[in-house]
Design a protein around this ligand. Sequence first.
Ligand code: GLU
Length: 288
Amino acid sequence: MGSPRASASGIVTRFAPSPTGLLHLGHAYSALFAFEAARRAGGRFLLRIEDIDAARCREEHHEALLEDLAWLGLEWDHPPRRQSRHLADYAAALDRLEARGVVYPCFCTRREILVEVAGSASAPHGPDGPLYPGKCRALSPSEARERRERGEPFALRLAVEAAQAQAGPLVWRDREAGLQAARPDLFGDVVLARKEVPTSYHLAATLDDHLQGVTLVTRGEDLRPAVHLHRLLQAMLGLETPEYHHHRLLVDPATGRRYAKRDQSLTLRALRQSGVPPMEIRRRVGMG
Ligand code: GLU
C-alpha cells in the first residue's frame, strides 16, 4: 500500500462502520465528522469495514452502507479496507505478541468467568465489563500447550501487566483532552482473538489504523477509553500512534436517547426513501 502519510497536509482520517445493520443519523454524524476533518485540512479520508464478526455482519448491510455514504456525498480514497479479507494480518500480529510473551491461551468458558466474577465481592470492572479474574494466566506453558494440542477451545488474552512492564509509561494525545497517560490496566487481560472471531475489535482497529496510515482517529466519545489499550498494542507491535478526536454522541431530540440500530425509522435508508435530501441530513446532524 502506498503511504497515505505522504499526502499534502499529512492528515488522514477514517470512518470504520460495522455492517451489522443500516446506518443511522449517529453514523452520518461520525462519518461526516471524519470526512470534514480531512477535507478542511486538505487531507484524505478513508473507509474501513469492520466485519470480523461473521455471525453479526451481513453483505446486504455492507452494500447498503457504501450506497448510503456515497448518497450523503462522501468520497473515500482507495477501495475500503474490509477486515474480513485481512485475517492473516491479524494472525501475524498475534504471533508477534505471542513471541513477546504477552498473550496467553485462556480455556475458561464465558459461563465459568461469569460464575467466578459473581462469586467475588469486589470483582473490578473495566470499560468492556468485568475484568478477567486471571485463572489461565497461571497455567504452566506445558499445560497450556497440551490443552491446545488436545483441541480444547481457547481465547487468546493479552497479559496486560507483562506488556506494560515491557512498554514502560505511554502517552497519547486527544485533541480535546490533551496529553493522556495510558492506563491499559483498566481493561485487564482482554481477549484479542477467539476461535469463532479470529481477532478482536481492539487488535484489528489498532493494526488497521497503522496499516491504512491514519494520522487522526475521529470517533464517538464512548470509545475514548479504548485508546488506553490501543496505545499499549501500538507499543507492543511497533505501530504509529495517531492523534485522537472523540466527538459527542448524537441524541435523538424526540426521545433524548442516543441513536441506535434499533431506531429503524431514523436509518439513512428510511430517511432517504421518505424523500429527505442529503443536505437535510447534514443539517440535522449539525454538519450542514
Ligand atoms: N466499528 C466501530 C463501530 O462501529 C468503530 C470503531 C472505531 O472507529 O474505532 O463502533
